[in-house]
Design a protein around this ligand. Structure first.
Ligand code: G3P
Ligand code: MG
Length: 245
């Protein structure tokens, strides 16, 4: 069986506060071979890893990421909402994550959150950081904003891109190839085996999200997906071990 990428969704977000260094470190311990995280930009242009455009849910501050500076953001507690055990975890920067993974063999899936809020220049900034850390061959850029991915590909043909979508995209392998993407990050219920084969025949990798049940992981692995995005990388690692035996 071909190696399946074990992509930890916002780190080990089943066990730790999502998109924190605790979640990233834990997912490595649990067997992840890649980390998915969400990238946004502060008012002073810092690239930070957080899912929501608002800081309310994970830090309690009723402001948008785009309206605070990095220094204001570092003051916030992004761990307590999940559990008091994580009090003091802060919103990490993209550079924090690159520092963690650069000496390891992990891949990184950077989801650009530039749909609801627009972050002019985020593509340039993410590509600059990726190149500065020598991560170009280990990063996959993804987004629901496909104009943004097309822009990334023009700026950095050497960095892979993957299109995020929910359902019903007709022949997504043809569509994605039009702007140089090489992966399909599809909502997992919308993935059927026949499409996985058709995509693979055109060199297009499926990385469905967010798959937490082992039975669904098994279905997708048997269909031939190249990777799975999960909150529980330990479950996927365990399953992959049994399927290799
Ligand atoms: O990249 C897969 C997944 O993270 C996309 O949705 O909302 O969890 O960022 P979301
Ligand atoms: Mg995401």
């Amino acid at each position: 069986m071909k190696a399946v990428l074990n992509i930890a969704h916002r780190g080990a977000s089943g066990y730790c506060p999502e998109n924190t260094m605790a979640a990233f470190e834990r997912c490595i311990e649990l067997g992840a071979t890649a980390i998915e995280t969400d990238v946004q930009m502060t008012a002073d242009g810092r690239l930070v890893l957080i899912h929501d455009e608002s800081l309310q849910r994970t830090t309690g501050l009723p402001k948008l990421v785009k309206d605070v500076t990095g220094d204001e953001l570092w003051e916030l507690d992004a761990g307590s909402w999940f559990s008091p055990a994580f009090k003091g975890e802060r919103v990490p920067t993209l550079e924090d994550l690159f520092e963690l993974v650069k000496s390891r063999s992990l891949q990184v899936n950077l989801e650009l959150k530039n749909g609801v809020v627009q972050y002019p220049g985020i593509e340039e900034a993410v590509i600059e950081a990726t190149r500065r850390f020598g991560m170009s061959d280990r990063v996959i850029l993804s987004s629901f904003n496909h104009y943004s991915l097309a822009h990334c590909k023009r700026l950095a043909p050497e960095i892979r891109t993957g299109i995020l979508y929910m359902e019903g995209l007709y022949e997504p392998w043809e569509y994605a190839a039009r702007f140089g993407a090489s992966a399909l990050h599809a909502y997992h219920y919308a993935v059927i085996p026949e499409w996985v084969s058709q995509a693979a025949a055109r060199g297009m990798a499926y990385h469905p999200f967010t798959v937490n049940e082992p039975a669904e992981m098994r279905r997708l692995i048997q269909a031939g997906v190249a990777g799975i995005i999960t909150d529980y990388p330990d479950r996927l690692a365990e399953l992959l071990k049994t399927m290799e035996d």
